[in-house]
Design a protein. Structure first.
Length: 73
């Protein structure tokens, strides 16, 4: 769990590679690999930042994005 500077818990998103990046442009391949995805149906949990959202938006036809609810305990 990641905490922000003000002590609040940061939101996280789960990104899953649902379509192959074979035959896609090199830029899209680099984006997918940059998010830590290498194989089909694998998921990564990343911080919900504008940068990660932008990367996911560029390859939205290859991935599924799910917002994780984080409870403060």
């Amino acid at each position: 769990m990641h905490r922000c500077e003000d002590g609040k818990v940061a939101k996280q998103i789960k990104i899953t590679l649902v379509r192959s990046y074979i035959g896609r442009p090199e830029k899209q391949r680099r984006i997918v690999k940059g998010m830590g995805l290498g194989k089909m149906n694998r998921s990564v949990i990343l911080a919900d930042t504008p940068e990660i959202r932008g990367m996911a938006n560029k390859v939205k036809h290859l991935v599924s994005v799910e917002v994780l609810e984080v409870s403060e305990t």
